[in-house]
Design a protein around this ligand. Structure first.
Ligand code: AMP
Ligand code: GLY
Length: 429
């Protein structure tokens, strides 16, 4: 089979790494890819937003399956453009991708299908939004402000005070997020621990992957600015068997019934951001693609044939028995460029990649390029260093042993990835 992966981050490297191990994959392409992906796939210089060029390439090369990594091309209609030319895609069409592309669409979908989520009100004008935020705070109910559309992870503020909420609302309505901020949701703030649940659906059935959790803040102790994710681990101990059963019954099954009833064309992965509250699991958000870095530890544990599973998902023939997992926990630690998520220097040579791999870790490239034969940093999140272990403690130690081999100017990594899982481990001696 010929497979094309669209994207250039750690998620796409993890996907290409696993797909390249499938006996069914004869040729593997990635557009545009990165320096690490180039070691397992043929990189094609087409951007993720160039839908027609991507479709031209897929048609010329007779690609059997295209896997869309990030949300932007899905929300822009990649699946529709490909389908019109008879090309198969793992990923929802433009309409179904609104589950990520519009937080209001997602919220209304959840309400229609009784999927537990935070209460929210939607606003299209500043003044009523300000009044609502003020009255909620005055009543002792803090709100979370969310720009409706895609905002590259910057469209959400968990406001500490009414003044913070007001300032952020003004930014949204002033166009800080362009079209994305024209509609704003004010949402009840939920308390609890977060987890990520990825599930595959072909529209007929839904099959959860193993649980995971990421660390969104830039610095140790979950301090500092929000990022795309500084590390992740799987499983997430907060997702106990009881919580998992509730997620399946209260969220995933109603989700499947919802897309069936509304005839949404969803053949791909749904990523459910969950808050495990004292009242049970609540949905924080849907994404219509794999979480990054969550997918890294999840795929480190996956023991099936990823190409088979994705092809079956895209063709409506998904089978739960094809998803088999290692019991061993896995951890991925992100090494970022100094200054991330703000501005940072680029083109610094990266040393120690071979030494890190020699420890048994798998190093996924998130933002790298090859310049004059040397691998250099080319993004905010640069590498995801992943390892397994007999328990979470060992997996963490193995990951950091590899992290410590790697260096480039101003690089940094959090040193406490997995701390919540460690805290839940039974105490020994
Ligand atoms: P989202 O993009 O909707 O997942 O929001 C980004 C982050 O904001 C989430 O991962 C949570 O940490 C936080 N968040 C979002 N919604 C809520 C909420 N209703 N209550 C508390 N925290 C939230
Ligand atoms: N790690 C969170 C995300 O992929 O959205």
């Amino acid at each position: 089979m010929k497979v094309l992966v669209v994207g250039s981050g750690g998620r796409e490297h993890a996907l290409c790494w696993k797909l390249s191990q499938s006996p069914q994959v004869d040729r593997l392409y990635c557009a545009p890819g990165n320096a690490g992906i180039a070691e397992v796939a043929e990189c094609v210089p087409i951007g993720v937003g160039e839908l027609d060029k991507l479709a031209d390439f897929a048609a010329e090369q007779k690609i059997d399956l295209t896997v869309a990594g990030p949300e932007a091309p899905l929300c822009a209609g990649l699946t529709d453009v490909f389908a019109a030319r008879g090309l198969l895609v793992f990923g929802p069409d433009r309409q179904a991708a609104q589950l990520e592309g519009s937080k209001d669409f997602a919220k209304q979908f959840m309400l229609r299908h009784q999927i537990p989520t935070a209460r929210a009100a939607t606003f299209t004008e500043l003044e009523p939004a300000l009044a609502y935020a003020r009255s909620e705070f005055a009543a002792g109910r803090p709100v979370v402000v969310k720009a409706d559309g895609l905002a590259a992870g910057k469209g959400v503020l968990v406001a500490g005070t009414a003044a913070e909420a007001e300032a952020f609302l003004r930014q949204c309505f002033d166009g800080a997020f362009g079209e994305a901020g024209i509609k704003v949701l004010l949402e009840e703030r939920l308390e609890g621990e977060e987890a990520s649940m990825l599930a595959l659906t072909d529209g007929r059935t839904i099959v959860p992957l193993v649980s995971s959790q990421d660390h969104k803040r830039a610095w140790d102790g979950d301090a500092g600015p929000n990022t795309g994710g500084m590390g992740a681990y799987s499983p997430a101990p907060v997702v106990t068997p009881e919580i998992m059963a509730r997620i399946e019954r209260e969220i995933l099954q109603p989700f499947l019934r919802g897309i069936q009833e509304e005839k949404l064309n969803f053949r791909g992965v749904i990523f459910v951001g969950i808050m495990v509250t004292s009242d049970g699991p609540r949905v924080l958000e849907f994404n219509v693609r794999f979480g990054d870095p969550e997918i890294q530890p999840v795929l480190r544990r996956f023991e099936g044939d990823l190409c088979e599973v994705m092809y079956r998902t895209a063709t409506g023939a998904l089978r739960a028995e094809d998803l088999t997992w290692s019991e061993e926990p896995a951890v991925s630690v992100v090494i970022a460029s100094g200054g991330y998520p703000g501005s940072y220097g680029r083109d610094y040579p990266i040393s120690g990649l071979a030494e890190a791999a020699a420890t048994g870790a798998v190093v996924f490239h998130a933002g790298t390029a090859r310049k004059n034969g040397v691998v250099v940093n080319a993004g905010g999140r640069v590498l995801g260093v992943s390892a397994r272990g007999r328990n979470i403690r060992e997996a963490i130690a193995n990951a950091y042993r590899a992290v410590d081999c790697i260096h480039f100017t101003d690089c940094f990594a959090r040193r406490d990835i997995g701390h919540r899982a460690l805290a839940r481990e039974p105490q020994r001696d």
